[in-house]
Design a protein around this ligand. Structure first.
Ligand SMILES: [Fe+2]
Length: 208
């Protein structure tokens, strides 16, 4: 995620039918090729008029929202956040299903959250408790884990907190397959979590 303007549409890290039956091909296609692409295009459109910002990475833009020209702060928050959050969301799922957290990450889950079972319960409650659109997040503050939710395309990066896992609960992420049953989508999503990748992000967060 060290790219800068013009930001690319990163390819989906697996086939469109790679997450069936938990997520249909149609959902993944629309979510990645339409929704994420729109965020990428809008972010690039905004930055086209600000050459001085074109060398900044997505993280730098989102961490420094307050320092950006006032007229583009909301646009960068929504569209830059949309790109960052979706790239993480897609990377945190895998066709290698039913993985579980291991090693130092598992130790941290046990230490900071109680147990993996407790993590599933709290993360589910957080995802279901997000009113309207947004995400549930697992974040690491210098190695200490915390679960939180944020609305819209807001991202913990803007508060200098390192996210290591997120779950998109915007209706576009599940409605085509699950209609209003967000709880079923969340329950099934746990089968898809790419804990190998989350573990890597956790270790990076501990190194600062
Ligand atoms: Fe989304």
């Amino acid at each position: 995620m060290k790219q800068h303007y013009p930001f690319p549409l990163l390819p989906l890290p697996y086939a469109y039918d790679g997450l069936i039956p938990e997520l249909s091909k149609e959902i993944l296609f629309l979510h990645h090729d339409k929704h994420l692409k729109t965020y990428v295009d809008n972010l690039n459109k905004i930055l086209a008029g600000y050459p001085k910002l074109q060398s900044l990475t997505l993280e730098e833009l989102l961490m420094g929202l307050d320092t950006l020209p006032r007229e583009i702060q909301i646009g960068i928050q929504n569209n830059g956040g949309g790109v960052y959050n979706h790239n993480l969301y897609f990377a945190c799922m895998s066709p290698e299903k039913n993985q579980s957290p291991q090693g130092e990450l598992l130790n941290a889950i046990n230490r900071d959250i109680g147990s993996y079972e407790e993590f599933v319960k709290k993360f589910t409650d957080t995802a279901l408790g997000q009113f309207g659109s947004g995400y549930a997040w697992l974040v690491s503050k210098n190695g200490k884990l915390q679960i939180l939710n944020m609305p819209n395309q807001n991202t913990p990066i803007s508060k200098s907190i390192k996210p290591i896992l997120n779950l998109d609960v915007w209706e576009h992420a599940y409605y085509l397959q699950y209609q209003n049953r967000r709880n079923e989508y969340v329950e099934n999503w746990f089968h898809l979590v790419n804990w190998n990748y989350v573990n890597q992000l956790y270790l990076e967060s501990c190194r600062g």
